[in-house]
Every structure is written in structure tokens, then in C-alpha cells.
Design a protein around this ligand. Sequence first.
Ligand code: SF4
Length: 261
Amino acid sequence: MTIQDFTTKSQPNWCPGCGNYGIITALKQALVELKINPKNTVIVSGIGCSSKLPHWVKTFGFHSLHGRGLPIAQGIKLANPKLTVIAVGGDGDGYGIGMAHFIHALRRNIDLLYIVHNNGVYGLTKGQIAPTGQIGFISPTTPFGSIEEPINPIKLAMGAGGTFIARGFADQIEHLKDLFISGIKHSGFGFIDVLQPCIAFNKINTREWYKEKVYLLKTMPKNYTEAVKLAQEKTKIPLGIFWQKKTKNYDELYQVLNSKN
Ligand code: SF4
């Protein structure tokens, strides 16, 4: 397997400098390192800039509806558990209109990886604030600056019973690749929030802003309480695996149930 095996003839048309480029590179590298056959891989997305990703990775793909990538990804995995299934989307897609699907996917624990490109804006529709947008963010829908507390995806996933919860940064490709590998290997629902600069519309969370704030966790938090505490850090932003719990995934639970009937 090489990167070429996952590279399509058509090239991404994201804005030059967009964080999506780092995410797609890390994802291809992870698939190569895991020696995953592109023919046994499906990437599913919702709607948004990041949701164009399945067009540019040479696997099977499904560019679906706004906020609906997760139910389709779960359906694909249930229909054929042998496939490697990866769902991608933005924070507007996954933490806005798709929020209920996200919470249920976390508790359902079907064996797939969900990557959220988190840039705080709806980039495709010209920069309206999204659920992770910061207080004070001025956008077409918040002309005087947002007064709403942004969603904390890591804390939310912890509360909803996630079994693999991590955060990466689009510019730290090597680290991100390792997170993707761990997320794909995890038996159950892997969730990775990826901080990503939108150079066109987010003038608060810029590349430089992130670079000053992010740092790598040396080890995974010792327990749930420590993980939640770290997830709430604001001055600095920790990157890495916050929480991983070994538990039976959906497929295994289904087999247990079936053997009893
Ligand atoms: Fe990336 Fe923002 Fe451009 Fe969309 S609008 S491609 S998120 S930089």
C-alpha cells in the first residue's frame, strides 16, 4: 500500500492553506500504515467543506445529507461488519443538525471511526458561526458577536458514554495519523475531534492561535475525572487520547444476544 493507492485523479478544491489538507493527508497515511485495502473501506460524509473529503480518497464513499453521515455509516457497518467504515464531517454538520445522531452513535458503540473537522464556522455557506464558535465571534448570523458558550465536544462525548475520545490538530499530521490509527483499531465507536483553521472565515482561531495553545498529552488521563478536567482546559488545549474504554461493541453484543435466543 502507498499513498498513491488512496489518491484520486481529481484534486481537492479547498482554499489553499485550509486545515482540511492536513486531515486528508493524515488519514491516507493511517490507511497506508494499517495496510487497509481501499476496496474494503468506505468513507461517509455529511455536508460542508470537510464533507467533500470522500471525493478525494480512493476508497468507496458516500457524500450524504447535512448531519446524516453517522446513521448511514452505522447502517453500512451493520450491513457488512468486515468493512472499515469512517465517517467525516464538520462541527456544524456533526454538532449542529447532526448532534442527536452523534450522541446516539456514542452510546450505541458501533465499530467505526468518526472524524470531526472542527473549525468553528460553516465554511461552505460563507462563515456563519457553528456550535464550537467562540464567544465574541462576529459572523453573518452574529453581527454583534456571539454571546453563546461554545460546545465542548470532548466533554460531551465523555458524558454520552463514548469509548474512544481524542483530539488532534490538523497541522500536527504525524500525531493526527497516530490518533487515526488508534481510532480505527479501537473496537467500538472511535471519535476524534480535529481542530482545523478555516483561513477564509475564522479570524479568531487562526493557525497561529492554535499553535500557541495546543500541546500534546504525554499519557492518557488516569481516570474519567481527570479526563473531564483536561477536556475543560481553556488557556491551553491538550491534544491526544482523553478516554478509551474496552467494552463489547455493537456487533459483539448482537452475537451474544443471538446466541441466547
Ligand atoms: Fe477550508 Fe474554510 Fe476554505 Fe472551507 S472555507 S475550504 S473550511 S478554509
